[in-house]
Design a protein around this ligand. Structure first.
Ligand SMILES: [Zn+2]
Length: 161
């Protein structure tokens, strides 16, 4: 296993300019914060996904390769912050950056009982609706939508006759 796959890259140059600006503001508000990870290769995403599944360890992600904003430079993780003590400061900063989502508020659907469960990742920040910024991912969602709307209109027309 090469170190590029097992180790985090924390270069801020690898994220979008919008996130670079947000990091600057975050660092001003919380000077003790340090970058832990910015952009991830698909290979590293696959490695992280394998933890707790095909490799020993805890599950750290539910995103497969290409399906994490980290893979597209649209997220970063920080370290060295006491999130309980700093939550209010972070909330204040987020209120001025409404296009940024905080992992503290994340949830997922439990596969067994289909219920929403909290899945907080307080170290993580990302661009909201990041999928809409990734052409390949976006088209996968848009195409079925267009098809469904098209079929609905067609069947409505049919009923009118
Ligand atoms: Zn993250």
């Amino acid at each position: 296993m090469s170190s590029e796959v097992t180790q985090a890259n924390n270069s801020i140059d690898l994220v979008t300019s919008r996130l670079q600006k947000f990091w600057k503001d975050l660092k001003e508000t919380i000077p003790e914060a340090e970058l832990f990870e910015t952009k991830r290769s698909n290979e590293r995403q696959s490695y992280l996904y394998s933890l707790g599944r095909t490799r020993s360890g805890e599950i750290v992600t539910y995103a497969t390769a290409g399906n994490s904003p980290h893979n597209h430079g649209l997220a970063f993780d920080i370290k060295n912050v006491n999130f309980t003590n700093r939550e209010k400061d972070i909330r204040d900063l987020l209120s001025k950056n409404s296009d940024i989502a905080w992992g503290m508020d994340f949830w997922r659907i439990d596969t067994k009982n289909k219920k929403k469960v909290k899945f907080p990742d307080p170290a993580h920040f990302q661009i909201k609706n990041w999928r809409s910024l990734v052409p390949g991912l976006n088209s996968k969602i848009v195409f079925p939508l267009v098809a469904i709307i098209g079929i609905s209109i067609y069947s409505l027309r049919g009923k009118r006759k």
